[in-house]
Design a protein around this ligand. Structure first.
Ligand code: PGA
Length: 263
């Protein structure tokens, strides 16, 4: 039986002081929720300080991204060694805001130039995370145009294949996949829970055919995209949804602890 996992992606929000205050409020609220794995992904600047607060609790620390090279002339990047040293045991990889869409619903040459991450760079990051024993939370999902063209399954499958290509199944025991339709992120438009359940089931089938039954059974498949306290119960009750990747609603300790309670 897979444990549910709820991860809060704080994106580029919160100073270190604000982040610590939010975590202190949040830890008290989730103290009794030991049945759920909870991960906080603050900005890189707050990782180390937050680790000091969560290290004795059952709340784990995650980074929002990490670069695959060990060190060198990569201005502005943070390596996997550095996030591990700061205390992270999870890392989001391939979020639509780092795949070049930058929170926009469609990719344009302007938005692509922000990060321009590809399936290939995502694959390199996953390999590096595994090497450092950090659990990857791989994000996949289609844009609105891709959904309207009936390409959701095709796009999600291709993202999974590209991200996981050539990696030994035995190395992916800590993998989670978050289905995050781009059109539902930060827009208040949640994917219908039946449809989210269907796509999450398709992701598990795909993991089965790519990596075998053991990984398909162990990997948590999350839903992300405008998850809130008010819709999380219905989403988390779906048989193929093992939890959530929560953006905006994870910034409010009370709202986030309600979401964890629903898991
Ligand atoms: P949201 O973001 O919950 O604010 O829609 C989710 C995410 O980007 O992971």
């Amino acid at each position: 039986m897979r444990r549910k996992l709820v991860a809060g992606n704080w994106k580029m929000n919160m100073t270190i002081a604000e982040a610590c205050a939010a975590v202190e409020a949040f830890i008290d609220a989730v103290e009794l929720r030991h049945m759920v794995d909870v991960v906080i992904c603050p900005p890189a600047t707050a990782l180390h300080s937050i680790f000091q607060l969560v290290r004795k609790s059952h709340v784990a620390l995650g980074a929002q991204d990490a670069f695959w090279m060990e060190k060198g002339a990569f201005t502005g990047q943070v390596s996997v060694t550095q996030i591990a040293e700061a205390g992270a045991s999870f890392c989001i990889v391939g979020h639509s805001e780092t795949r070049g869409k930058f929170g926009k619903l469609e990719v344009t040459p302007e938005t692509l130039s922000f990060f321009a991450e590809t399936d290939h760079t995502i694959n390199l990051k996953i390999r590096t995370l595994i090497y450092h024993d950090i659990a990857p939370i791989l994000c996949v999902g289609e844009t609105l145009a891709e959904r309207e063209a009936g390409k959701t399954d095709e796009i999600v499958r291709a993202q999974l294949v590209g991200a996981l290509e050539g990696i030994e199944p035995a190395e992916l025991m800590k993998l989670s996949v978050a289905y995050e339709p781009v059109w539902a992120i930060g827009t208040g438009k949640t994917c219908d829970s039946d449809e989210a359940n269907r796509v999450c089931g398709m992701i598990r089938d795909q993991l089965n055919s790519l990596l075998g039954e053991e990984i398909a059974d162990s990997a948590r498949v999350l839903y992300g995209g405008s998850v809130k306290a008010s819709n999380s119960k219905e989403l988390f009750h779906q048989p193929n949804i093992d939890g959530g990747l929560v953006g905006g609603a994870s910034l409010d300790p009370h709202e986030f602890s309600e979401i964890v309670r629903h898991a």
